[in-house]
Design a protein around this ligand. Structure first.
Ligand code: FES
Ligand SMILES: [Fe+2]
Length: 337
C-alpha cells in the first residue's frame, strides 16, 4: 500500500456530495459516535426522536472532542466536562441557560438515512444538499437478504473517492482485471447532472461454463455508487468511499443478494454468501481493484485510447463535484490531527 501523498493528485478541496459515515444499526437512540473524515473530528448522534445529527466535534472553548466526551439528552449532546448542551443546530446552552452563539457555534451537517446507510452531506462551501439518494428496490424487497450485517464491510484504503469512481467508466479493466471473457459492451451511458448511469453487458467464465452478466452502475457523485448485477442471482451493492484525509478513505460496501427460493431467514445462503464474498474480494480484497487504486498515480491528462473514450466523459462529469478552491479560503476546518 502506498505511504503518503497520492502521486499527481492536485485537488486541494474535497468533493461535494453524500458520504456514508455509519450503518443505521450502529447508532441506536442515545448513541454518540466519533468519526474523523475530511481531516475533521466529527460527532454523530441519534437523538430521542430517532433522528441522526452530525456536527464538528471539537468545541472551541477547551478543545474537548464531543465525539468522545458527551452523552445524548433529548435531541442535544451534553458535554461531560462542563454540562453545555449542544443543540442539533450547532449552538449550545450553558447549565445556567445562557445561549452560546457567534464564533463558538459548531458546524453542523445535514444527514440522511437511506437503505440503512447513514449519510452526511459534505460541501466545502457549506452549500445545502443539491440532490437526494433514491431507495433501490432490492434494498427494501423481501426477496433479498438484508445487507446488514452479513453483506456489510468496512475497509480503509489509501485512495481518494474519485479514483475509485473512475472504475465505473473503465470497461477495459473489467476484461483484464476481473477476467470477463471480453471487454463488456456499454449498453447505457447517462452523465447528465450529478448522477452518472452506466450499464454494460458481457460474459465471465465459471467452472460450469460462460455466465452472462449484466452490470448497472449509478453513481451519485463519488460518495454513493450502486452496482446492480445479474449473474447466478440478482444482487446489488452500494460502495461508499468517505475521505479520511487527502491520502486515505474508508470504504463501506453493502450488498443485497436475492434470497434462495423459499428461504425467509436473514442469513444469506451459500450461493448468496459466495457472491458477497466475491464482490468484497474483487473490490476490497488484495488482488484486484484495491491494488490498482492504492498504487496508481493520478494523471491529469492520461493517454486515453479510443476504447477508453468513456473515461474522458467521466473526467468531464467529475469536475462538477470540486468547489473552486479560491472560494473555500474562508472555510478553515475545525480540526486537530
Ligand atoms: S468544555 Fe466546552 S463544551 Fe464542554
Ligand atoms: Fe474493478
Amino acid at each position: 500500500m502506498r505511504q503518503g501523498a497520492i502521486a499527481g493528485w492536485t485537488q486541494t478541496v474535497f468533493p461535494t456530495g453524500w458520504f456514508q459515515v455509519a450503518w443505521s444499526p450502529e447508532i441506536a437512540v442515545g448513541d454518540v459516535v466519533a468519526r474523523h473524515y475530511w481531516c475533521r473530528d466529527l460527532v454523530v448522534w441519534r437523538g430521542a426522536s430517532g433522528r441522526v445529527h452530525a456536527m464538528d466535534a471539537r468545541e472551541k472553548r477547551r478543545g474537548v472532542d464531543l465525539g468522545r466526551a458527551s452523552r445524548v439528552v433529548g435531541e442535544a449532546l451534553e458535554c461531560v466536562v462542563d454540562g453545555w448542551l449542544w443543540q442539533p443546530d450547532g449552538s449550545a446552552l450553558t447549565p445556567d441557560g445562557t445561549r452560546i452563539e457567534g464564533d463558538n457555534v459548531l458546524r453542523v451537517y445535514e444527514t440522511r438515512e437511506v437503505m440503512g446507510l447513514v449519510l452526511l452531506w459534505y460541501d466545502e462551501l457549506g452549500r445545502p444538499p443539491a440532490w437526494e439518494i433514491e431507495v433501490e428496490p432490492e434494498a427494501v424487497s423481501p426477496d433479498f437478504y438484508p445487507a446488514w450485517p452479513h453483506g456489510a464491510v468496512l475497509d480503509p484504503m489509501a485512495c481518494q473517492p474519485q479514483i475509485m469512481a473512475e472504475n465505473i467508466a473503465d470497461v477495459v479493466h473489467v476484461h483484464y482485471a476481473h477476467r470477463w471473457l471480453d471487454i463488456p459492451t456499454i449498453t447505457q451511458w447517462d452523465d447528465d447532472g450529478p448522477v452518472l448511469v452506466v450499464g454494460y453487458r458481457g460474459q465471465f467464465s465459471s467452472p460450469r461454463g460462460p455466465v452472462d452478466a449484466e452490470f448497472g452502475n449509478k453513481a451519485y457523485g463519488f460518495g454513493v455508487m450502486r452496482t446492480r448485477m445479474h449473474s447466478l442471482r440478482k444482487f446489488i451493492h452500494i460502495l461508499c468511499p468517505t475521505p479520511i484525509d487527502r491520502e486515505r478513505m474508508d470504504v463501506r460496501l453493502s450488498a443485497w443478494v436475492q434470497r434462495a427460493p423459499g428461504d425467509t431467514g436473514d442469513v444469506p445462503d451459500k450461493v448468496a454468501m459466495a457472491l458477497i464474498k466475491a464482490q468484497h474480494a474483487e473490490v476490497l480484497g488484495p488482488n484486484v481493484d484495491r491494488t490498482i487504486w492504492e498504487n496508481q498515480a493520478y494523471l491529469e491528462r492520461p493517454g486515453f485510447r479510443s476504447q477508453e473514450r468513456q473515461y474522458i466523459a467521466f473526467r468531464k462529469w467529475a469536475k462538477q463535484f470540486y468547489p473552486d478552491p479560491a472560494q473555500t479560503e474562508t472555510q478553515t476546518p475545525a480540526t486537530v490531527g
